[in-house]
Each structure stands twice: as structure tokens, then as C-alpha cells.
Write a protein that binds this ligand. Sequence first.
Ligand SMILES: Nc1ncnc2c1ncn2[C@@H]1O[C@H](COP(=O)(O)OP(=O)(O)OP(=O)(O)O)[C@@H](O)[C@H]1O
Ligand SMILES: [Mg+2]
Length: 809
Amino acid sequence: MSGNGDQVIAKLIEMGFENSAVVEAVEAVGPLFDEAIEYILNGCNRNLLPGVVGEHKGACLDVGCNGKMEVESLPVLSKQEAQIGSDWEVKVNSLLQKQFGYSSLKKFQKEALVAWLDHQDCLVLAATGSGKSLCFQIPALLTGKVVVVISPLISLMHDQCSKLSKHGVSACFLGSGQPDSSVEQKAMRGMYNIIYVCPETVLRLIKPLQRLAENRGIALFAIDEVHCVSKWGHDFRPDYRRLSVLRENFSANCLKFLKSDIPLMALTATATIQVQKDILKSLCMSKETKIVVTSLFRPNLRFLVKHSRTSSPASYQKDFCQLIDTYVRKGKNGEMKKTIILPELDDQSDSSSGCDTSGADRISPIYNLEDGDIDADNDEITTREKEMSVEYLENDVDIFQSVDDWDGTIFSLLPVVNFMGILLLKEWDICGSSRITDPPDKLEERGRIMKEPLEQGPTIIYVPTRKETLRIAKYLCGFGVKAAAYNAGLPKSHLRRVHNEFHENKLEVVIATIAFGMGIDKLNVRRIIHYGWPQSVEAYYQEAGRAGRDGKLAECTLYANLLKAPTLLPNRRSEDQTKQAYKMLSDCFRYGMNTSCCRAKMLVEYFGEDFGHDKCLMCDVCVNGPPVMRNLKEEANILMQVIASYSVWKNSADGSYDDVMCSDIRRQKFMEKPNLRMFVSKIREQSQKFLATDLLWWRGLARILENKGYIREGDEKFPGSSWYIIAIFMVQEHLSWHVSLTNPRFRLNSPEPTELGLEFLQSENEQTFYVYPESDMLLSASECKSYSSFSEWGKGWADPEIRRPALRE
Ligand SMILES: Nc1ncnc2c1ncn2[C@@H]1O[C@H](COP(=O)(O)OP(=O)(O)OP(=O)(O)O)[C@@H](O)[C@H]1O
Ligand SMILES: [Mg+2]
């Protein structure tokens, strides 16, 4: 990043660097942000300050639930340079029981600790809710040294501090959200066992942290939610990328008093293989980094996808009827609490105008609102939203229960050699409670669990825009559901209250944007609803991971308009980031379109895990079975033909395409900007049989052909992209084939048949092409009223009676 000198100076000062140091750095390196930071930090290296800043007195300060500090004894085994003997496991188990009330470490936690004991860097890839936090909390307790945890959200840091405080562990968080200005100084004098800090702040604290390392000692740098490092990930935070300074500034080379580099421990639940590689490289983690991997499979989560137009009151009525029923109609003993008559709503009406809420408590979806507090029209989820969520802070949240019902049952332990030739510990660490303790291959047992009703518990509804959080909250409140909106544009007082009441089980439903997600550790969330397309599979799985952290059955439902391709939410992105964002959106779209593959399998395999089974037996695909396979040889042939002949024509301009292009203008347009619509109209001109076949249907077929490797995007400049999804955008937005992403000159070429595709076209003997039609194909066929050879399809799909038997052996 570079900018004008004043801007760079202002930003650096805002980050907390000293005025004089900033000015000196910018004078030395020019208005270059990264270089200036490096200059300042290197300056730190040159001028390491000796001496004790503060004395560690064997006492620590806890952030109590009221925000006050209380002095407590340090639960440490010894002071600096603790001798951790071979009996470390015994010590850890005793600490675990004493401090947390857990009986033992989970297998993956133990592996991460072994790496740390060996002074090794470690990358922990473990499922949401599996207990990654403990991997970096234990080293602090075991040594009495400080653990510095880099975390992306202040709300998350605060939650963790509050929870630790409940367990009698001293912890604090630093940064813009810290109301007490003395905490930072105290932390740098070694008065807390665990310091949570956001990346922006850690960059400015390098020098004091080096002093801390010399005095009390730093046992470990933990980088939580480390997928934020990677621009290939779903939640890229540029400041995370600068964390390579930790390796540079806390190595034995740099700090002579260290015997070995201070180890780095990086943790996440949602990193694809590409992201994992990027993390290791970006953080300059050691070549010897130990990678601890658990299965990302969450066996107690049931995944479903449902078609809904979303964001209209008519859809709310259809989609939330059951939810309202769950919370409002059933009282404590199962009897009706109050009668709510669901009103007939018309699509245009205001979300709650037609609701009969007589007798229902009127609940406001927003607390403490003053006029002008909400900009309901601000639909954008911008970088600012994330920043605001970073700024948001609760002072009085201390509501977590101490629960010990997560059992690390290991199903298999198989070493796998990963992409770097590093030995991976691959384990099935199933986070089940007593209700779900069986491995996924015990079909009958899982089939039984699947049929059981969900227990009582709250719901989180994720929506793409701030406006929708308000609309849906208002709609649900209108029926007496205790619901509240949560988005970063709302006043902090409201957000604090929602956070509190959600954790205290006073709220039944929270309707949130992405501002309410990462790391939230509430045990009994029973439903996660995504209302509208998520931006990526990673974000989806991360948010879905808030459900069922008690190990009991929970449901994750994606409601999306399966007839409409998703769109990218506005955000500032570079060209590369935009391409990547489209790629991730396209993967998410595939997940929604899928009708034949187990959803849990699709999700975990997205992250590079071999699921090892065909079915989870709980998701909608496993339960309902795939639709009937269809022989689409004829349809595939004709689509391939028009694409292939276009490709030939484009290369040789032999005029064959002219025959079907009626006007010069159209021909010209097609020549320059071919799109699926035009291919389809060409098919319609060639064959009466396909006159009524919907464009959406062809779109689905094109996707299947691409998946089979029969067609591909011709432009190598856009690797990994799916041309079909771009085509969808174009069809919907009436855009040209020349897609303008961030760079208007960016150009996509037309799809072309692959060699495999050409072989397929020529294979006269190959009479069949059986495929599972996907969601858009089925829906478009079922909605098609006029003549269509596919008109029976939708019926087949909708009617379970004529679906495939659900659970095949
Ligand atoms: N060894 C253990 N035994 C029993 N329970 C544990 C153990 N370790 C952690 N837990 C529990 O697991 C739950 C989830 O822990 P944590 O928040 O660390 O998960 P996480 O892996 O960081 O999830 P996410 O990826 O969503 O942030 C916590 O409620 C914690 O109490
Ligand atoms: Mg976590």
C-alpha cells in the first residue's frame, strides 16, 4: 500500500506508532505504508531496550464480568523458565480439571501441545467447536509465561477473556475496544497470562512485546482464525498478512536472549489447501511446522438447502412459519402459548403490516434506538462493517457456562503425507456429546438420530444485508418471537444487549449479518438459517459451525433463490480479489445446485478432506435421495454442437454460423459477445423440440458438461473460474461477454469444447449420457407450463414417492 505522505503518517499514527518514529520512517522510505512499518520495526530491532519494565509479582488481573479488575493468584506451576518435565501431561490434566473442569485433552489438542513443547510451529486445522482455543491457553498456564493471541474481532476477544476469567485465568484484550487505558501497560509488564490482541495493535507493540519476551517470557504467539491471513480465504484481513513480523522479530537470531524462536501456532476451521499453503508462507512459518488436522465433519449437523425467493414478506411467511411455530405456539409444556394467525401477505406489503399480532407481546427488534441511529437503506457490507464490528465491545458479558460435554472420541488415526511432505495427524475427533458418539458408518444409529426432533434452543439467521436483519427481526417480533437484529451499523448499546441476551437465552432468534459469527461459542444453538446466498462455502461452514456445539442434533438450512445466480456483495476489492470472490461464490452456488451428493461430504471435501463415506444420512440429499437420473445425450449433443461449431467458426470464420444468425447486427454481437442465451436461441432455431426448454435448464446442463470436463472457459487469464457462472451474471444483468470486473479491460473469451468434449461429440456408439439434473434444471422444468420434454421432472423431484429410495446401502 502506498499513498500520499500525510495519509500514510496519519494511518500509522492511528495505528499507535509514535509520531516521531512515523515521521522519521516516512522521510526515510517515502510514502510507502508497508515499508514504513518495516522501517519502524527494524528500528526496534536495532534499539532493543534492556531492563525490566515491571516486576512480575506472581499475581494477575482478571477482567471481571463488570469490567473491573480483580487480583488473583496466578494458576501457574512455576515462574519463568518453568521446567516442563516428561510428566507434563499429568500436569496438564490436573490443570484442565482444576481450571476448566474437563477430564482430559482431546487428541488433536495434545498433538498441538507436543509441537509447542518441541518449540515447533504448528498449524491446527480443526472443526468449528472442537476446542482449538485450549491449544494456546494451556501453554500459558503450564509455563507462567505469556501467550499472545492474535484474534480478528474484539467481540470474540472479549468473549474469550470473559470465559477465561470465569475459569480463574488471567487474560486481557488490547486495542481500540479496550476501555481501560492502563491495561496495555500492565499487559506489557507481564501482568496477564494471556493477551488477546488484534493484528493492527500487535504490529505497533513489537518493541514492548520484545521487552516482555525478555522479562516474563512469551511462551507462544497464537494466530486464531488464521484463514484471515489469506486473500484466497473468505475473510481476508490485510493486517493479518503483516504478521510475518512476529517471526522476524521474535526469533533467536533477532533476540539474543532466546534459546529458540518463539513458536507460532496458527488455528482455523475453514482453510482450503490453497489457504493452508498461503498461511504457512505468509507467516514465514518454519519448514518443520507441524500440521495437526482433525476431521472438519460435524456429525450432529443436518444440512439442508431450500428454494426460496427470500427477501419478500411472502417468502417470510412460507419459510418462517415453522420457526414461529417453534417459539410462539408451544409453551413450556408443549401447549399453545398463544394463537397467532398468519396473515395473507402480499409481496409488496410492508413486512409486518398484515400481521395479526393481537395477543402477542410486542417486541422491538432493536433496543435503545434513537432517531437516525439506523441507516436502514445502507445495504452494503463494506470493509467498514467489519471494522465497526471490531470496534464494538461489550463491557459486561460474562455469561458462558462451564460445560464439559464435548468428548473427543477418536474414530481413526491415520497418518497422511500432505502437500509439503509433512506428516499430518489425521484424526476423526468427533465433538459429540453422549447423544452422538457413533462414527458415521453406523447407519441405523444415525438414521435414528436424524428422525428425532430438535431440542429447544436459539436460532441465528444470517442475511446478506443490514436492511434484511431489521426486516426479518421486525417480522418475527410481530408474531411474538423474541428476535433481534444484529448488524454493525446498529448502536453499540443495542449490540451489547443482543449479545448478552442471546448468551443468556433470553433471545430466541438473532438475525445477523456476518458481523455476528466467528468464534461465537454458545453451546445450544439449534438452528442456523442462511437466508440468501452466502459469499463462500468457507463463510457458510464457519457460520453453520455456530450450531450444535453441545454435540446434540442441530439444523443448518440454506434458503436461496435457486433460480437466480448469487451476486457479489459490494466491497472494495482488487482485481485479483474479485476473481477469487467470484470463484468462491461459484463454489457456493455449486453447493446449492447439487442434488445428488451428500451435503456434509461436499462441505468437508471442499476443504480437501476425504470424507470416506458416501452419506452423512442426515442431510436433505441423503434423506430424500437424489432425483431420477436422466439420459441427456441428445440435449448434451446439441449444446456441445453449437458451442463447438461456434469455436470452429470463430477460429476459421468459415461462415457456417451465418446460416442461423438472421441479422448482421445479431451476428456481429454474437461474434463479439457470445453468451448462453444466444447459444440457446440457436438450439431453438435448429430444433423445435427444445423450443420451450428454459434457459435455466440449459444453464444447468452447461454446468454439468463443464463438471465432466467437456467444455471449459477459453480464457487462461481467468483460471479456476467457471464460465457458466459468469454467463449467468451476464444473462441476468444483460451484460456482455466482455465482463468488467474491477478492470473494465478485463476480457473473457468464449467457452470452448475440450478434447474430451469433442470425443464425446464424436462418440456415436455412446448412446447414453445419464446425469442427475441439478436444482435449477428441476425447478425450471417444474415451472415450465407449456410443452416441454422436461415438464415431468419437477414433479418427480417434488414428490418423495417417486424419488429414489433414500438410503441406499
Ligand atoms: N478437552 C476438552 N474437553 C471438553 N470440552 C472441551 C475441551 N476443549 C474444549 N472444550 C469445549 O469446546 C468448546 C469449543 O471450544 P472453542 O471455542 O475453543 O472451539 P473452536 O475450535 O475454537 O471453535 P471455532 O472454530 O468455532 O472458533 C468450548 O465450549 C470448550 O469448553
Ligand atoms: Mg475458536
